[in-house]
Design a protein around this ligand. Structure first.
Ligand code: HSE
Length: 405
């Protein structure tokens, strides 16, 4: 029998206990041994919970108990979670986590610590919730050089953007509704400003390059300021607007960024709507593959954590390889990245804008909207676009958007 401790009895932690209990027979068979949740660490007591008798408040009890071989860290944050994870790994106890903040901030250090203590630090649930993506990158696509990863990695923003697209609603109304339904946090900044997606693409980029991609160096824009009229233009152009997290090889460096993009109806990520996430991976041998599913939620996320628990149970005393060195990856400067851009200008500024962006600039108009038009620039660098865009002061409407090929 392998005994487990769960740190944090919130949404994901209680989901972990539920998955282990509901799928007991199959989970045990796949783990090769019976798994039992011995402790649940939380600040609160849960007297009415069927597992309430396992709730403790002192991490020291877990650390001192030699029976505990695997710990699920579902606390979140980088404070106590970091401290407890380090202590657990130093004690040779494997840790499985859904904590993307901690993985993005200290992944290489914790992986090295696990390795030197003959145990494992696994984090399938940290990106894409229940979608298998860490294991495919680590186990399945090992013959590939991964050239690019493009993901819809945040369910909250994808839900908001989908609602705006299909219901014509404005950002504030949809955000409020998402908060009421519990899809968006009361403080939605981490999601809507792209910080959550940034940490997730930092993790995927690190696995793609085998080096550390520091999330603090990833260019990040969120979805605030996108208006219903942007979706009207997108529809007119046969496109959609998605918050994409991108990482790709560019001239020997890694270009990583998070930003809203206009994507064409032919793009596989175009059909990813609502709270769903997807990760589109391009390998140099396989070509394109896509991983799609529920990127958040109690049971999908817990299912991914339990899949790591099973992996740990199968590898007691053995280290599962994960290529993520502490050495910093060389990141490309976004200024030199080239793409097409979409901007909206007041009608009186259209000629000036076209003169600035060049002859290849395409114009898009909306029926019944004579006061402005949309423009799609030719392919140009971010720096060149920014310079010309800056010269249109007072003539632009809304925010500019990037186009993903
Ligand atoms: N806030 C995240 C999301 C939860 O909306 O995708 C999962 O990491």
């Amino acid at each position: 029998m392998i005994k487990i401790a769960v740190l944090g009895y919130g949404t994901v932690g209680s989901g972990v206990v539920e998955v282990i209990e509901k799928n007991k027979e199959m989970v045990n068979k796949k783990a090769g041994e019976e798994l039992e949740v011995k402790y649940i660490l939380d600040l609160l007591d849960f007297p009415d919970d069927p597992y309430g008798d396992r709730v403790i408040h002192d991490f020291g009890t877990i650390l001192a108990d030699d029976e505990i071989r695997i710990i699920c860290e579902t606390m979140g944050g980088v404070g106590k979670a970091y401290e407890f994870t380090k202590l657990a790994l130093q004690a040779g106890k494997s840790v499985c986590t859904s904590n993307k903040e901690l993985v993005a901030a200290h992944g290489p250090e914790l992986l090295a610590l696990a390795k030197s203590n003959n145990c494992n630090y696994l984090f399938e649930a940290s990106v894409g919730g229940g979608i298998p993506i860490i294991r495919p990158l680590n186990y399945s696509l090992t013959a590939e050089r991964i050239e690019a990863i493009t993901g819809i990695l945040n369910g909250t923003t994808n839900y908001i953007l989908s609602k705006m697209e299909y219901e014509g609603a404005d950002y504030e109304t949809v955000l409020k509704e998402a908060q009421e339904k519990g899809y968006a946090e009361r403080n939605p900044e981490a999601d809507v400003e792209g910080h959550d997606a940034c940490r997730k693409i930092a993790i995927l980029s690190s696995l793609m390059t085998g080096k550390n991609v520091d999330y603090r160096r990833i260019y990040t824009e969120g979805i605030t300021g996108i208006q219903p009229r942007d979706f009207a233009y997108a529809k007119q152009m046969g496109m959609s607007i998605k918050l994409l997290a991108i990482s790709r090889e560019e001239k020997g460096k890694t270009l990583a960024m998070v930003s809203p993009f206009l994507i064409d109806a032919g793009h596989p990520l175009h059909m990813v709507n609502g709270v769903f996430n997807a990760v589109f991976v391009r390998g140099n041998m396989l070509g394109d593959s896509m991983y799609y599913g529920r990127g958040a939620g109690k049971l999908p996320t817990a299912s991914a954590v339990v899949s790591d628990v099973i992996d740990c149970a199968r590898h007691i005393g053995k280290v599962i390889m994960c290529f993520w060195d502490a050495q910093e990856a060389e990141l490309a400067v976004i200024d030199q990245a080239s793409r097409r851009f979409f901007l909206r200008v007041k009608t009186e500024g259209a000629d000036r804008a076209r003169a600035l962006f060049g002859a290849g600039t395409e114009k898009v108009t909306l029926p019944g909207v004579p006061e402005e038009c949309g423009l799609i620039t030719p392919v140009m660098t971010e720096a060149d676009f920014a310079e010309s865009y800056g010269k249109l002061d007072g003539l632009c409407v809304g925010r500019r958007l990037r186009l993903e090929a």
